[in-house]
Ligand binder design. Structure first.
Ligand code: SAM
Length: 291
C-alpha cells in the first residue's frame, strides 16, 4: 500500500483518455448556470513536473502528451475536443515548453466557475501534503476542500450535492486488488443517494480477473439503478510481456448525450497518434436506459 505515485504516470496515454473525457463532462455540465459540485475521489498531487523527479524517470509522458503534440506538430488535423484538452494542458506551461502536467484536481480547479465547488480526496501521506500545497497556490483555493480520508468510505457523505448537479471522478490506483470491490461498494452507496449524478470511473486494463470483469460489474450496477452508461477503452500497444500499462478504460454513468459523438471524433485520432506497433485500438459503446 502507498507505493503508487501518480507522478510516474503523469501525461501518459491513460491520463489523456481520462482527462479528455473529464474536460468534456465538465464543459457539458456547465452549460447550465446551476452550481456544479465536482468530486475527485483519488486526487494525487494535483500537478506534476515532467522534467524532473518521478515523471522524468518513467518517461510515460513520452508515449502520451509528447507523442500527441508531435503528431499535431507534424501537420495532422485534430478535432476541437483534442485541441481543447491540449489547450488545457498547455495553459499550465506559460513558457511554451511542456514542463508540467496538470492532474485531475488542477484540470477541474481551472474550470471552476464562482458558483462551483471541488472536493478532493487523497490518502497518501506524502501526496496529501503536496496536494494541499499545490491547491493553496490556486486563486480559487477557497472553493476547494481537501480531505485526507478514505474516499471509498466517505464519498457517500458528500452526496447528493446541494444543487443536485454533480460530477464524481473515481480514479483509484488499483495497487490493492480490493480497490475493485471497494469501488463497487462505494458506487452502490453513492448511487443510492445520488442516482442522477454523472460518475466517471477510470480503470487499467491488466491481465487480472478483477480488471477484466469490472466493466460488466459496472453495467450490472447501472441495470439495477436503471441508468445509462458509456464505456470506452484505449489500447496504444499490444506487446505480450510488456510491463508498462498498454490500455485503460473509462466507464461513465449518466453520460451527457454529447459525449459519444465527441469521443467518436477524438478516439480514432488519439489511437493513431499514440499507437506503438499494430495493436492499437479503441472501443466505444453505450447504453441508454429507459426510465
Ligand atoms: N486522479 C488523479 C489524476 O487524474 O491526476 C490521479 C490519481 S492516482 C491514479 C490515485 C491516487 O489515489 C493516489 O495518489 C493514491 O495515493 C490515492 N488513493 C488510493 N487509495 C485512496 C483512497 N481510498 N482514498 C483516497 N485516495 C486514495
Amino acid at each position: 500500500m502507498f507505493s503508487y505515485r501518480h507522478a510516474f504516470h503523469a501525461g501518459s496515454h491513460a491520463d489523456i483518455l481520462k482527462h479528455l473525457t473529464l474536460i468534456h463532462l465538465v464543459s457539458y455540465l456547465q452549460e447550465k448556470p446551476v452550481a456544479l459540485t465536482m468530486v475527485d475521489t483519488h486526487a494525487g498531487a494535483g500537478i506534476y513536473n515532467l522534467q524532473d523527479g518521478f515523471a522524468a524517470v518513467s518517461k510515460e509522458a513520452e508515449g502520451g502528451i509528447f507523442r500527441l503534440l508531435k503528431y499535431q506538430e507534424a501537420g495532422n488535423q485534430i478535432p476541437e475536443s483534442i485541441q481543447k484538452y491540449i489547450d488545457c494542458i498547455q495553459s499550465e506551461n506559460s513558457s511554451g515548453e511542456m514542463n508540467v502536467y496538470p492532474g485531475s484536481p488542477f484540470i477541474l480547479a481551472r474550470m471552476l466557475r464562482p458558483q462551483d465547488r471541488l472536493k478532493l480526496f487523497e490518502l497518501h501521506p506524502k501526496e496529501i501534503d503536496i496536494l494541499r500545497h499545490n491547491v493553496g497556490e490556486l486563486s480559487c483555493a477557497k472553493q476547494i476542500d481537501v480531505y485526507d480520508v478514505d474516499s471509498f468510505k466517505r464519498l457517500k457523505g458528500l452526496l447528493p450535492p446541494p444543487s443536485r448537479r454533480g460530477l464524481i471522478l473515481i480514479d483509484p490506483s488499483y495497487e490493492d486488488k480490493q480497490d475493485y470491490r471497494h469501488l463497487e461498494i462505494a458506487l452502490e452507496e453513492a448511487m443510492q443517494r445520488f442516482p442522477t449524478g454523472c460518475y466517471a470511473i477510470w480503470y487499467p486494463m491488466l491481465a487480472r480477473r478483477e480488471s477484466a470483469e469490472l466493466p460488466d460489474r459496472l453495467k450490472k450496477i447501472c441495470t439495477t439503478h436503471k441508468r445509462s452508461w458509456l464505456h470506452t477503452e484505449l489500447r496504444v500497444e499490444n506487446t505480450p510481456g510488456e510491463r508498462r500499462l498498454q490500455a485503460s478504460g473509462m466507464f461513465i454513468i449518466n453520460p451527457p448525450w454529447t459525449l459519444e459523438k465527441n469521443l467518436a471524433e477524438a478516439l480514432p485520432i488519439i489511437t493513431k497518434a499514440l499507437s506503438v506497433g499494430n495493436g492499437a485500438q479503441y472501443l466505444l459503446k453505450s447504453f441508454e436506459a429507459k426510465n
